[in-house]
Design a binder for this molecule. Structure first.
Ligand code: ZN
Length: 252
């Protein structure tokens, strides 16, 4: 079976700037996420970071990626618009896109959603309980009824996203908020999954249950291999019908 080509992309700024974050993720969040996928032999995993040429998101790399996993926070604006547009176009063309935690404000996700994608948030070491609300969904495979994270950053509704095609998880926080924490959309030929946990100050991406969600999401988001739709003017009908002469009419 052909392996799913996964690219784990991370801005990798907190880990370089902050001693306390570096202690949690000494090789960067991208390595923690990538190592969580390594136990599955169905993935061919690569990583890339903001400081690479073309932000590690050149055309050849993206064309060789089935599923892009993205983590960013303070570096959203450092992605040039043309690179964000390139990522968006690859998603429309079929690449899966997994958007983690604060990446809900990264340029390609905001472009794909068409809304501002903001929410409310608080850093207060509160408990997060992530409820699986669609147990039959492929992203819920092998999970318990809920995942409990003793300390996480709190996010709260309203989350300014378009209504998800499918909602797999809802989070509750001990401070009182709730949040749509696992949401799916399709855009063009591509599938998009937003997954909320993973604040840089907590070791969330080392947990088996969180890694299971990400692995499930990669399998779900891989290109479907379905037919590419025909778009535009189809001059020859699919059935035997007489051809009308509209050659002097203007059709944009
Ligand atoms: Zn955060």
């Amino acid at each position: 079976m052909e392996k799913i080509k996964v690219l784990v992309w991370n801005e990798n700024i907190h880990e370089k700037k902050s001693e306390s974050i570096r202690k949690i993720y000494p090789n960067g969040i991208h390595h923690a996420i990538a190592s969580g996928l390594e136990k599955y032999d169905c993935f061919d995993i690569k990583t890339a970071t903001l400081d690479m040429p073309s932000c590690g998101l050149d055309e050849e790399t993206l064309n060789n990626t089935d599923v892009l996993i993205w983590w960013s926070h303070i570096g959203h604006s450092k992605i040039p618009d043309e690179i964000a547009e390139r990522v968006k176009q690859r998603v429309l063309d079929g690449m899966g896109f997994i958007v983690l935690h604060s990446s809900h404000l990264c340029k390609p996700f905001v472009k794909l959603m068409g809304t501002c994608c903001r929410s409310k948030w608080r850093e207060n070491d509160e408990k997060e309980r992530i409820w699986v609300i669609e147990p039959s969904h492929p992203i819920a495979h092998n999970l318990p009824e809920y995942i409990e994270l003793e300390n996480e950053e709190t996010y709260g509704e309203r989350f300014e996203i378009p209504t998800p095609d499918e909602l797999v998880f809802i989070s509750w926080f001990s401070g009182g908020e709730v949040f749509r924490s696992g949401a799916c959309w399709s855009r063009g030929l591509g599938k998009i999954f937003y997954f909320r946990p993973g604040h840089e100050a907590y070791p969330t991406y080392y947990r088996d249950d969180i890694r299971q969600v990400i692995a499930n999401a990669v399998c779900w988001a891989k290109p479907s291999g379905g037919p590419r739709p025909t778009l535009g003017n189809v001059k020859v009908p699919y059935e035997k019908v007489a051809l009308a002469d509209h050659s002097d009419e203007y059709h944009p």
